[in-house]
Each structure stands twice: as C-alpha cells, then as structure tokens.
Ligand binder design. Structure first.
Ligand SMILES: C[S@@+](CC[C@H](N)C(=O)[O-])C[C@H]1O[C@@H](n2cnc3c(N)ncnc32)[C@H](O)[C@@H]1O
Length: 220
C-alpha cells in the first residue's frame, strides 16, 4: 500500500455507522476483553492530564472529551482528518464551543491558532502508517502548538513488549490486514525512545496491550 493510501486507510473506517457503534465495540467491549485495558483506566489517565486549554487529536466520537472534562470555562480544540469524527465529537461537546481543525496530522499543520497547555493523542499512533520513528514526527508538529511546560499525553495499542491474548492476536492481525491499524512494528521501547528524545518527564504505563503515556515540553 502507498503511504498516502495507508494514511487514508487509517481514518477511512470512521464512517457515521461505524462511529455509531464505536463506543460500544471499542470502548465497551474491545478495551476490556481484547486489549485488556478497561476504558476506566483511559478515562482516569485523561482526567489526570487534561487542562483548561486543550487540543484533542484523533477525536473519534469525542467520548473522553464528553466524559472527562469538568463543566468549567475552557478552551477546547479538535483536530482530525475525518470529517465524520469531527462532526460527531463537535456535536457531543458543543457546550464547550470547540475550535475545529480538519487536517492530516502527518502533513505540515499550519494551524491558525495559539498554543495549548495540553494535547491528547488517544489511540492515534496505531492508526498511522509507518514505523514508530516515522509516526513520531507528529510529536514534532504538535510540540509547536504546546506551551513550554505543557503536556502531551495519550495511549496506543502496541504489538511488541506487551502480552496479547488469543483474541488480541486475531483482532490486531485483522485490523493490520485491513489497514485500520499499522502497529505490527510498534514496541514500547521505541515509543519511550521517541518521547524521551523530544520531551521531559516521560511516563509510560502498560496495561494489557495498551501503553498510556504522558510527557512534558521543556522542564518547567
Ligand atoms: C481509533 S480513533 C481514536 C478515537 C479516540 N481518540 C479514542 O481514543 O477513542 C482514531 C481517530 O484518529 C483519526 N485519524 C486517523 N488518522 C489520522 C490522520 N492521519 N490525521 C488526523 N487524524 C487521523 C481518525 O479519523 C479517528 O477519529
């Protein structure tokens, strides 16, 4: 598959019908039974790191934004390549009047906006094509939109350095075959190396097949 086709495949699955069952299938069932990282762990991680000036990248259905953001005056921005995801998430969190950016995170961003105090990338890396080193270029692009001392955090499903049960092996192989995931070479040490070469205060916790990570720009 060509690189541009692989980028397209990583987001094309998120049609309106798929998004209507995403929370049930991915967040309700797969996270607990297949990836063995129940969604409550991911909610907890989100709440711990999100700030009042936040950009969410790879928004999906907007589940974490809806469930984890306290009803406070805040700046919220959404970035995704897929317009269905943006529409669904924006509708769900319209109470925060989000800024909306449709962009491919693997291309130069040129966003007409001020920096953020936190940026989240939940379940995005495993959708992006290439090896972890190539995917990690998104960290450089996003870092430009992060204040000094700001946090980048998220989660990704790994295929190496984690234990996969039978269901995880089968579903991961199926998703990789369809181009929905590209994570056959994603290893927790590679993820750590890429985060540590750019950020400070890097923390990675692995639960089931999922790495939950956070890092800081600069050392403030
Ligand atoms: C697996 S969903 C994650 C949704 C949500 N963050 C979660 O954790 O449940 C991946 C999201 O990333 C978006 N995405 C995939 N490839 C992208 C790319 N190259 N640029 C921007 N967004 C992308 C998809 O459209 C989708 O909304």
């Amino acid at each position: 598959m060509k690189h541009s086709e692989a980028i397209h495949a990583g987001q094309a699955i998120y049609t309106k019908p798929v998004l209507s069952i995403y929370d049930l299938w991915v967040l309700g069932f797969s996270n607990s039974v297949v990836w063995r990282c129940p969604t409550k762990n991911l909610r907890h991680h989100y709440r711990k790191h999100v700030t009042l000036n936040h950009l969410d990248v790879g928004v999906g259905t907007g589940y974490y934004l809806d469930k984890c953001l306290l009803e406070q005056k805040r700046r919220l921005a959404l970035l995704d390549l897929n317009n269905n995801s943006l529409e669904k998430a924006a509708e769900r969190v319209k109470r925060f009047k989000p800024e909306i950016y449709q962009a491919d995170i693997l291309s130069p961003l040129n966003l007409p906006c001020k920096p953020f105090d936190s940026i989240s990338i939940n379940y995005l890396f495993h959708c992006l094509p290439g090896a972890i080193k190539e995917k990690a270029t998104i960290l450089d692009s996003l870092s430009e939109y992060l204040h000094e001392g700001g946090k980048i955090f998220g989660s990704t499903i790994l295929s190496h350095g984690v234990h996969q049960n039978f269901a995880a092996q089968k579903l991961m192989a199926f998703y990789n075959n369809k181009g929905i995931f590209t994570n056959t070479r994603d290893h927790r040490t590679g993820l750590r190396d890429e985060l540590e070469s750019r950020f400070t205060n890097v923390k990675i916790e692995v639960k089931g097949c999922v790495a939950l990570f956070s890092a800081q720009k600069g050392d403030r």
